[in-house]
Design a protein around this ligand. Structure first.
Ligand SMILES: Nc1ncnc2c1ncn2[C@@H]1O[C@H](COP(=O)(O)OP(=O)(O)OP(=O)(O)O)[C@@H](O)[C@H]1O
Length: 277
């Protein structure tokens, strides 16, 4: 799909290297993500997935190579980026209301809204809250909400600003199955209707597998990029991990058989998911 769409990539990494001291997380990374494309970023703990998000947000400098996001060097306040951070429970004393948290995602790049602007803001925030099913608790202090409720607000905050690039760091964690589907559907609609490019860090590809155009799979300094049917194979993952790995597809889902616990796909978790379908 990338060649077919052409045009300026929404995200472009060229010859990118990230090292911390003498440890290199990845090197020689070339990746152009096109508008509307959905790229899943997979890999075991510590392989550099969140660090990649930080590079795209301008919070971490590359050690080598170049990066462009929405046509510009990444930097603070890039108004074209929506970011759903890796989940951390908020302190119970945080008294900000959910709707105010979401409003921050709208205000980031709009100054002096005026009366009409304020009305528009309210409508947009209400719509974003409704889209993630958060209307009922939008006026409660966020610190008192459950982890899943807080996460839905973060999703609304990332989407409300009409981002060209949506960076998602394990956005489905702690959501129940119904809300996993709802959030995946929202993100999918955003990229289809508005052409936002999506980079989606996850340990669990199955909930988003139907949406994934390409996978970036990072393991211990090595990586592969390609469509799931090319990357999520016994041959490719065995090469990446440097050990024998069997990938099987069951009812359209990907399962890694005999996986060690530090591998990305967790067998027990998959079995649970299958049982619930
Ligand atoms: N600022 C930093 N300085 C030094 N090392 C760092 C820094 N940030 C991250 N690291 C290390 O880089 C490695 C990659 O971290 P990162 O958070 O990107 O991994 P990840 O793939 O997102 O992992 P997880 O799946 O556990 O979230 C880790 O070993 C981490 O300790």
């Amino acid at each position: 799909m990338t060649e077919a769409r052409g045009g300026t990539p929404a995200v472009s990494l060229s010859g990118a290297r990230l090292s911390y001291g003498d440890r290199t997380l990845w090197d020689g990374l070339d990746l152009d993500v096109q508008p509307g494309e959905f790229v899943a970023v997979l890999g075991p703990n510590g392989s550099g997935k969140t660090s990649l998000m930080r590079v795209l947000l301008g919070q971490q400098k590359l050690s080598a190579g170049t990066v462009r996001v929405a046509g510009a060097a990444p930097g603070r306040g890039n108004r074209h980026i929506g970011y759903i951070p890796q989940q951390r429970a908020l302190d119970p004393t945080v008294a900000v209301r959910g709707r105010d948290l979401v409003g921050l995602g709208y205000d980031g790049h709009r100054w002096g809204l005026g009366i009409g602007g304020m009305r528009e803001r309210r409508q947009r925030v209400d719509a974003a809250l409704a889209a993630v099913g958060a209307t009922a608790y939008a006026d409660r202090p966020v610190g008192l909400l459950s982890g899943g409720e807080q996460q839905r607000l973060r999703v609304a905050q990332a989407l409300v600003g009409d981002p060209e690039v949506l960076l998602c760091d394990e956005p489905l964690l702690s959501l129940d199955l119904a809300h996993q589907r709802a959030v995946s559907t929202l993100i999918d609609a955003r990229r289809r209707d508005a052409g936002s490019a999506v980079l989606f860090v996850t340990h669990e590809i199955n909930p988003v597998l139907p949406l994934v155009d390409r996978v970036l799979y990072l393991v211990d300094g090595r990586f592969r990029i390609g469509p799931p049917e090319q990357v999520m194979t016994s041959e490719t993952l065995s090469e990446l991990y440097g050990t024998e790995i069997a990938v099987v597809r069951v009812r359209g889902q990907i399962h890694i058989v005999g996986a060690h616990s530090d591998l990305c796909e967790d067998g027990a978790h998959h079995t649970e998911q299958l049982a619930e379908r």
